[in-house]
Design a binder for this molecule. Structure first.
Ligand code: ZN
Ligand code: FE
Length: 241
């Protein structure tokens, strides 16, 4: 195990992640929403930033890219197909490629649906995945550019990972998400307990990220949906929940 992860809350409800490879001493940030919060954190802890890693092109995930790159001379890592809407990409990655972050190997998994070029970064050794706006804790992202079927298949990919994989997701929507799941699954004891646990944690500034895949499989309606039609029904209802 050579990866350390710090969570930085950004904007109103975004999460950015500072990652550190203890072997190579590489420092990275996944989805820097804004410059200031990330910069303040980095100045205190590492005073360098080797890689800026983006899951997708939305402003709340790349907003800090250019200022951070300028200050720290970092390399931007993003999906090869999105370079027309993510500026100054240095390392263009594709589905199933390995991105070497020091000793930590991240497999790039393409998971379209929220956007057409959405990717995730998965390390089987470290048992972590950065899912951006595709999988949230007890929810999933809105479908902006893909089809319901694409999103269903993207979630299926994540579902097939080992159950002890930690999910680092892009937004703190967990309480609302659990309430939605509970509206179809009132008697789910696990979800009811989770709701109370997460509410009290958030009051004490303990974040709900990362989640564990095993827990998501027990309660996340979007992962429990058995077929694309069922998934579509839940996703449409959630859009106006
Ligand atoms: Zn997004
Ligand atoms: Fe987002």
């Amino acid at each position: 195990m050579s990866l350390k992860i710090d969570i930085v809350r950004c904007l109103s409800d975004n999460y950015a992640y500072i990652i550190y490879d203890t072997y190579s001493k590489n420092v990275g940030v996944v989805d820097p929403s804004e410059f200031d919060k990330i910069n303040t954190f980095l100045e205190k802890k590492y005073n360098k930033l080797d890689f800026i890693i983006n899951t997708h092109h939305h402003a709340d995930h790349i907003g800090g890219n250019s200022e951070l790159k300028k200050k720290f001379n970092s390399k931007i890592v993003a999906y090869s197909g999105d370079t027309y809407r993510i500026n100054d990409v240095d390392i263009k990655v594709n589905n199933n490629e390995i991105f070497h972050f020091g000793k930590t190997k991240f497999k790039v998994l393409k998971i379209p649906g929220h956007t057409s070029g959405h990717i995730s970064f998965y390390s089987s050794e470290e048992k972590v995945i950065f899912t951006g706006d595709t999988l949230f804790s007890f929810g999933c992202g809105r479908i902006f550019e893909g089809s319901y079927l694409e999103m269903f298949n993207s979630l299926k990919k994540i579902k097939s990972l080992p159950k002890d994989t930690k999910i680092y997701f892009g937004h703190e929507y967990t309480v609302n998400n659990i309430n939605f799941c509970l509206s179809f699954d009132q008697k789910n004891i696990f979800l009811n307990k989770k709701l109370e646990e997460i509410k009290s944690n958030l009051k004490n500034n303990i974040f709900s990220t990362p989640s564990i895949l095993e827990d998501e499989l027990k309660g996340n309606l979007f992962l429990k949906a058995n077929n694309p039609a069922e998934f579509k029904k839940y996703r449409e209802l959630k859009d106006s929940f």
